[in-house]
Each structure stands twice: as structure tokens, then as C-alpha cells.
Ligand binder design. Structure first.
Ligand code: 2RA
Length: 337
């Protein structure tokens, strides 16, 4: 058990879910502290029947903290992680800033738990769109070696924070009322629309979100030869990311075998009966910690190809749940009091 734990970015959307999960999952600790930016410092958080004052994130604030779970924007993580490490605190970081650092393990507990134990004070949690895809690729990779992936994402507005979810409602209302609306969180109106850009232009016409799916997948599966071609799209859905995934494997995996592999994998659930209209949908996965797979079928255009549909709560397994599960791995491995 860690004696003193902290949530960094405690007042944000994912920070709020981390708080809920720590209670739901009875995460062990003696003392808990809540850190956030200067703007939120001084506010009060109710947790497990007690009131806590949110502390400002400063280098000194990390003294005495043994484990911090961080969910902050990248520039904040760049700053606070070295402060925490210098104070002897182990960090599980949800931001994108440290993920591709070769000294930092990037972990999905159901996929590469062993990597967590190589940490040097910091473990990164992957981007939400990567996590659900790699969870589903892992059993296929183990069984038949994944060679190539073509993925199209349908990403919910919650991926852009509470402002994104609010903007979906406001923009939709304005569109229905025929009123003017100026988007702030998204670069275009999200109401009754799709935006085929998430993040900034990064490489050869691909966005930062898309390149995360390429690089993080290879790092987590420990295979630099896997080819990934992503298209990331923001859709007018409040929460839960969906993905259409086409996989080519070295050895042919039949639909029946894939269904069995998915069903036997912890963290994955299969809902797959198109004839009865049964498949995973964002509205049914909201608030769930599992990643859902459906529409499993042979890719008719490719000899060793499989096609399937994947839905996951991006705020939970795509962010908060994965980070808390990493912390639980450390506890199970005997983190000392
Ligand atoms: C998004 N993947 O959905 C991002 C959040 N990390 O915008």
C-alpha cells in the first residue's frame, strides 16, 4: 500500500472519475490529497465522507506524497512530473507528454502489465483512442501476429473535456433554433456534423491524434513492425469513442476464432449479433469500464483480414480506469508503506 496518495488535476473531468473509482474499487491508502492548478486551489472536494481543500500544484506540494495519479494537460504534466519525481513520488500520468519517452513504460494493465515494473518513477497511460484498439489487437497479435491495421475513429466530444460536451449541446440547440453559434472548443460546429481532424497536423497529412495511434500501438505491443493507418474523426456523441478496425494478420484468424479470443480476454466484452440488431453503441457503454467488440466479420477484401467495431468509455477505460488499474498493479506488486 502507498501511505499517501494524491490526484493531480483533481478538479477536471477525468480527475472526478478517478476520485469515484478510488472509492468504488476501495483503493488502499492512509492519506489522500488533491492537487490542481492555482485557479482551482482553495476549492473544496468531498471525498469518502470528508471535505478536502484542493492544494496548488507546486514543487513543494509533492513532499510526502508516495503515489500521484495525474490527469492534466500536457504542458502541466511536463512541469509537475519532475517535481513529483524529485520529491520521491511515483507518478501514473494520463497526459500525452511523457508517453513516448523511452525510459517511461506505457501501460495497459490487461496488455503489458510487466512493463509497469520497469518504471523509473513514472508510468504513462495511453491515449484513449489507442487503449481500446490495442486491447482488442492484443489477443489477435498473440494468436496470429498483427501486420497491418486500418482504423477509423468516431470520437466523442468528451475527449475534448467538459467544454466539448457542453459545446455539443449548445451548438445543437443553436442549430435547431436557427441561431448563430461560434464554436470555441472545436474548430467547426459539431452539431449535425463530423470533423475529420483531432489534434494538429503532425506528419505527412496525419494529425497528432492519428500519430499517437501509430506510435503508442507499437510501443505497447513491443512490435515496431506493425503498420497502422488511422483516420480520427470527432462525432456529435457526448461520451464513448467508437472505432471501425480492419486487421491483417500473418496467420489467418477466422471470425469464430476471433470471437472466442475476444470473449476470453479480460477487459473485453463481445456483443455481436447483427441479425438481431445487437452490437455495441456509445449510449450503452457510457459509465462502463469494459471495452466492447461487435460486428466481427471477415474482411472480404483481404486474405487474412478481419473487420470489427469497438466501443469504449474514453473517460473511464480510455483515461481514469486505466490509470487507476496501473496504480493497483503497483499496489499488488508490493508497494511499501
Ligand atoms: C480526444 N483522444 O478524444 C483525445 C483526448 N485525449 O480528443
Amino acid at each position: 500500500m502507498f501511505e499517501t496518495i494524491a490526484i493531480v488535476g483533481a478538479t477536471g473531468a477525468v480527475g472526478g472519475i478517478i476520485r469515484k473509482l478510488l472509492q468504488e474499487r476501495e483503493f488502499p491508502y492512509k492519506n489522500i490529497r488533491f492537487l490542481a492548478s492555482k485557479r482551482s486551489a482553495g476549492t473544496t472536494i468531498e471525498f469518502a465522507g470528508k471535505s478536502y481543500t484542493v492544494e496548488e500544484m507546486t514543487p513543494e506540494a509533492f513532499q510526502g506524497i508516495d503515489l500521484a495519479i495525474g490527469s492534466t494537460p500536457d504542458p502541466v504534466a511536463k512541469e509537475f512530473v519532475p517535481w513529483a519525481k524529485a520529491a520521491g513520488c511515483i507518478v501514473v500520468d494520463e497526459s500525452g507528454f511523457w508517453r513516448m519517452d523511452p525510459t517511461v513504460p506505457l501501460v495497459i494493465p490487461e496488455v503489458n502489465p510487466e512493463a509497469a515494473f520497469t518504471h523509473q518513477g513514472l508510468i504513462a497511460s495511453p491515449n484513449c483512442s489507442t487503449t481500446q484498439m490495442v486491447q482488442s489487437l492484443k489477443p489477435l497479435h498473440d494468436a496470429g501476429r498483427v501486420r497491418r491495421v486500418i482504423v477509423s475513429t468516431y470520437q466523442a466530444t468528451s475527449g475534448a473535456g467538459v467544454g466539448g460536451q457542453r459545446e455539443l449541446v449548445d451548438a445543437s440547440r443553436a442549430a435547431l433554433d436557427g441561431a448563430d453559434f461560434t464554436p470555441e472548443t472545436f474548430s467547426h460546429s459539431i452539431a449535425f456534423n463530423l470533423i475529420p481532424q483531432i489534434g494538429s497536423h503532425k506528419h505527412a497529412g496525419y494529425t497528432s491524434e492519428e500519430m499517437k495511434m501509430v506510435f503508442e500501438t507499437r510501443k505497447i505491443l513491443g512490435d515496431e513492425s506493425i503498420q497502422v493507418c488511422p483516420t480520427c474523426v470527432r462525432v456529435p456523441v457526448s461520451n464513448c469513442h467508437s472505432e471501425s478496425i480492419l486487421v491483417e494478420t500473418e496467420r489467418k484468424i477466422t471470425v469464430e476464432e476471433a470471437r472466442e479470443l475476444f470473449a476470453a480476454t479480460p477487459g473485453l466484452k463481445v456483443i455481436d449479433d447483427v441479425a438481431s440488431g445487437k452490437y455495441p453503441m456509445p449510449k450503452d457503454c457510457d459509465g462502463d469500464d469494459d471495452t466492447y467488440i461487435g460486428r466481427i466479420r471477415e474482411d472480404l477484401s483481404c486474405e487474412n483480414g478481419l473487420a470489427f467495431w469497438c466501443v469504449s468509455d474514453n473517460l473511464r477505460k480510455g483515461a481514469a480506469t486505466n490509470a487507476v488499474q496501473i496504480a493497483e498493479l503497483l499496489v499488488r506488486n508490493g508497494a511499501a508503506v
